[in-house]
Design a protein around this ligand. Structure first.
Ligand SMILES: [Zn+2]
Length: 253
């Protein structure tokens, strides 16, 4: 048993007893770490500042290699609220990112993933209202890509042919959720898969790359596509709860 000190983002907190809670943190070097926080519900964490869900700080825990659950010793908040708690849509969007992460064991650290999650939570707390949907979608898509589930956007997922019709006269390409990417227009013929034109494909690529466009032409269609993709490729058996809350919130701009 050794003491480990690391930055971490609190993804989820579950009450354990009257006084304790199990906290799951994303960390840059240790992946997702679950710690028992004894007494936290009664007197708060050692260090004084309450731990905000999706907030960042530095945690010190007793690492027990024989177990999956370690023991929190101390938590120091990084200070400066992420400002997610004041706006339901921003908060639920951030919860979606957390849910996608928690669906994976993530036993090893991934500094790039950590930096991305930190970045997207920061942006979600700050960007103007109209940029919230693109940031939520980008938060989810890039997180999926970094977890190893990127959508196929470069070649047809069926025939490996080029996408998009240079002449612009053919039927549109379509997104094949089962196959995890786009089908060219000739492989799309006769299907009822969702259409995805060159503009939407460019927007989706930007979302996956973590550089969302300021304005999306059809945010609700993007959300539907993301939800279908998650349901097919990454959803735990019980589904991803954040979508149910996000759908009505996406109607507002
Ligand atoms: Zn094809």
């Amino acid at each position: 048993v050794s003491l480990v000190t690391t930055p971490g983002i609190l993804l989820r907190s579950h009450p354990y007893s009257e006084t304790s809670a199990v906290l799951r943190f994303l960390t840059p070097e240790h992946g997702i770490v679950a710690v028992m926080a004894k007494g936290i519900r009664k007197r708060g964490p050692r260090g004084g500042v309450p731990i905000e869900t999706l907030g960042e700080g530095v945690l010190t825990f007793r690492y027990d290699p024989a177990r999956d659950l370690h023991t929190l010793r101390e938590f120091q908040s990084a200070g400066g609220s992420l400002a997610l708690g004041r706006d339901l849509r921003r908060f639920v969007g951030a919860c979606l990112v957390a849910e996608l992460l928690l669906g994976h064991a993530l036993e090893h650290g991934d500094a790039q993933l950590y930096a991305w999650v930190r970045h997207v939570l920061g942006r979600l707390g700050k960007v103007p209202q109209e940029e919230v949907p693109p940031w939520i979608l980008s938060g989810a898509w890039r997180t999926l890509a970094l977890l190893g589930f990127p959508p196929g956007l470069d070649r047809c997922v069926r025939c490996d042919g080029a996408l998009g019709d240079p002449g612009g006269t053919a039927a549109p390409d379509r997104f094949d959720v089962e196959a995890g990417g786009i089908r060219c227009f000739s492989c799309s013929e006769g299907t009822r898969l969702p259409r995805i034109g060159p503009e939407a494909r460019g927007q989706l690529r930007a979302l996956v790359e973590g550089e969302p466009p300021e304005l999306l032409s059809a945010p609700r269609a993007h959300l539907n596509l993301l939800e279908a993709f998650c349901a097919r490729h990454v959803a735990p058996r019980q589904g991803i709860h954040s979508f149910g809350m996000l759908r009505p919130l996406f109607e507002q701009s």
